[in-house]
Design a protein around this ligand. Structure first.
Ligand code: FAD
Ligand code: OAA
Length: 602
């Protein structure tokens, strides 16, 4: 067995996990403990597979816990999966894979009922046992189930964590997964991970398993202001790239239109004002108090998210201001308290009372519509490596995710993966035993210890150059600045005495292990560079990719996906493929090379 990662990241630096010092063996290792990871683990366990869940912080520390609006499914009278399909395809702006969307919307209602069976409690309509349903942007029907008013994700997380505990699943918390292990045939054989804090697993170790499910969530932390929690650093996408898997559609970062505006210097996770607030009748008004969405789209404030985010940005530019306002004073105190208690508390903690004043809002990075490319069974292009949830690109979201389809996608595709694993879809048999000489055979470590400041630098560069509004110029500047960061990091890594530097023998036991911050910063830089490369390539405006210099959607030239890998020559390669070819329907690595063009990255 050898460690993967012998190629270089887009940083050009060899990114290889340190050799494992301890190990655990399982049938499947699930990386991440949000809705996708926990559902996959529970389902695998129910099918008799030994599943281990590894997660970077605590079990409930991902985006799932923060989800507000709800989970979309055709649960209501008169609603149908077909109508849900239609709304999803429209939001996806011509780039959804219809087969994937069909799987989502037809399997969605039962998946939600299974979640309820697992213990999740959704709000019910007054005086009834029926699930209460609301609306969000892009949905022509009320089909969003919610819990605790605006605390849907917290309830889903609570229920799934409780189910995992009841099922007695093995979990390893505070463990950052570094890289994929592969066997001599290039098949998945587990992961290496770095456990923080005290405990029996302290330091770098490994979980050996023939199937790995990446469920690491999003990459919102690539930007300065995001709704995503601190753990959303794109680790799964970076790991997948290093292991040779394909990623796709990274340029489609969804900016949520209504995030509480806390000033131009605000950084890190920002409070979301759910789209469900607009679903219940809140208005967007500009600095002059005018409802500017009326007349812009048939659904006005409930237009798909990308359209609202663009309208807010445009109107703010016209008026020379930083934000717009969401006015829901007409809800009254009781409705605010009952329906949106979390948002009410968050606003008040920042000195804004939505009962008596409009809420200042601006777009912020919210969701990665692209990610690690999978087929309908959740298989990536590396045998035995699966991906589900926000880290994955199943083809469901196209160029822009429809509101509240994300939790649903996590459920449905996690279940599909578990079914595939249960049917023997991963590499056959147990992983090969680790040969004693693995320490000597691992590639030389040359991970630069990126300083924590690198994270903030990446975020500033990405926010300025690759944010909600982009252009060739802004993207070129971002690419150049990221290059500088990469070069500085490389130089620092080579400096005498640096961990992983040239003076540290590959097998040295004295070299300090890179810290979590170093891995996260490295992963952020890696995904930022790939994201910018994809955004530079897409010379049109589509879905949540908005190019100032190419303001129109161009189906003739760009109704395509970019499939991005790190080649054996260590260069980033970007291929384009037509929508109809996406994703593969048969599985793993034996796909014919897509047409038409294969080019080195810019
Ligand atoms: C504020 C907010 C509100 C939202 N509201 C909604 C909504 O109402 N409806 C909806 O459908 N969607 C919503 N979304 C999106 C949705 O919540 C997420 O897309 C979804 O929860 C992602 O689930 P996941 O399981 O893929 O990832 P997450 O829930 O983000 O979990 C990822 C997990 O991976 C772990 N992890 C990451 N990297 C590593 C690593 N290297 N090693 C080990 N573990 C790692 C994390 O610690 C975490 O446990 C919202 C998102 C946010 C941020
Ligand atoms: O509550 C919100 O607006 C967030 C949401 O639905 C989503 O991201 O799907």
């Amino acid at each position: 067995m050898t460690t993967s990662g012998t190629g270089t990241g887009p940083t050009g630096i060899r990114l290889t996990a340190p050799a494992p010092g301890w190990s655990v063996t399982a049938d499947v290792v699930v990386v991440g403990s949000g809705v996708a990871g926990l559902t996959a683990a529970l389902r695998c366990a129910a099918a008799g597979r030994r599943a281990v869940v590894v997660t970077k912080a605590r079990l409930d520390d991902g985006s799932t816990r923060w989800a507000q609006g709800g989970i979309a499914a055709a649960l209501g009278d008169g609603d149908t999966p077909e109508q849900h399909l239609g709304d999803t395809l429209v939001a996806g702006a011509g780039l959804c894979d219809e087969a994937a969307v069909r799987a989502l919307v037809t399997e969605g209602p039962d998946a939600v009922h299974r979640l309820i069976g697992a213990g999740a409690r959704f709000d019910t309509a007054p005086g009834s046992e029926e699930i209460a349903l609301t609306r969000e942007g892009g949905h022509h029907r009320s089909r969003i189930a919610h819990a605790g008013g605006d605390a849907t994700g917290a309830e889903i997380s609570r229920a799934l964590v409780a189910a995992v505990r009841t099922a007695g699943l093995r979990t390893i918390e505070n463990a950052l997964v570094l890289d994929l292990l592969t066997d001599a045939y290039g098949r998945t054989a587990g992961v290496t991970l770095h456990v923080m804090g005290e405990g029996q697993h302290d330091g770098v170790g490994a979980v050996h398993a023939p199937a790995v499910v990446l469920a690491t969530g999003g990459m919102g932390q690539v930007f300065s202001a995001t709704t995503n929690p601190a753990v959303s650093t794109g680790d799964g996408v970076a790991l997948a790239l290093r292991s040779g898997a394909e990623v796709s559609d990274l340029e489609f970062v969804q900016f949520h239109p209504t995030v509480l505006y806390l000033g131009p210097e605000a950084e890190g996770q920002q409070p979301l004002i759910s789209e469900a607030v607009r679903g219940e009748g809140a208005y967007l008004v500009d600095a002059a108090g005018t409802r500017f969405m009326v007349g812009q789209h048939e659904l006005a404030e409930l237009a798909p998210r990308d359209i609202v985010a663009k309208a807010i940005t445009r109107r703010a530019q016209e008026q020379g201001v930083e934000h717009m306002y969401l006015d829901a004073r007409h809800f009254g105190a009781e409705m605010w308290q009952h329906r949106f208690p979390t948002i009410l508390a968050a606003c008040r903690s920042h000195g804004i009372d939505p009962v008596t004043e409009p809420i200042p809002v601006a777009p912020a990075a919210h969701y990665a519509s692209g990610g690690v490319r999978t087929d309908l069974r959740g298989r990536t292009t590396v045998p035995g490596l699966y991906a589900c949830g926000e880290v994955a690109c199943t083809g469901v979201h196209g160029a822009n995710r429809l509101a509240s389809n994300s939790l649903l996608e996590g459920l449905v595709f996690a279940e599909r993966i578990a079914a595939d694993i249960a049917a023997g879809g991963a590499a056959d048999g147990a992983p090969e035993p680790v040969p004693p000489a693995v320490e000597e055979r691992r590639p030389p470590r040359a991970l630069p210890l990126l300083a924590p400041e690198t994270r903030a630098a990446v975020q500033r560069i990405m926010t300025t150059g690759a944010g909600v509004l982009r252009s060739a110029r802004s993207l070129a500047r971002a690419a150049a600045e990221l290059d500088v960061l990469h070069c500085e990091a490389t130089e620092a890594a080579r400096a005498p005495g640096a961990a992983g530097g040239a003076d540290v023998p590959p097998t040295s036991t004295k070299a300090p292990e890179p810290g979590v911050e170093a891995w996260e910063a490295t992963n952020l830089l890696c995904v930022a560079r790939v994201l910018v490369a994809a955004a530079q390539r897409r010379e049109e405006t589509r879905g949540c990719h908005w190019r100032e210099d190419h303001p129109e959607r161009d189906d003739a030239s760009w109704r395509r996906h970019f499939r991005i890998t790190l080649g054996a020559d260590r260069a980033l390669s970007i291929r384009t493929t037509a929508t109809a070819d996406f994703p593969p329907t048969t599985g793993t690595t034996s796909q014919p090379a897509p047409t038409p063009d294969t080019e080195p990255a810019p």
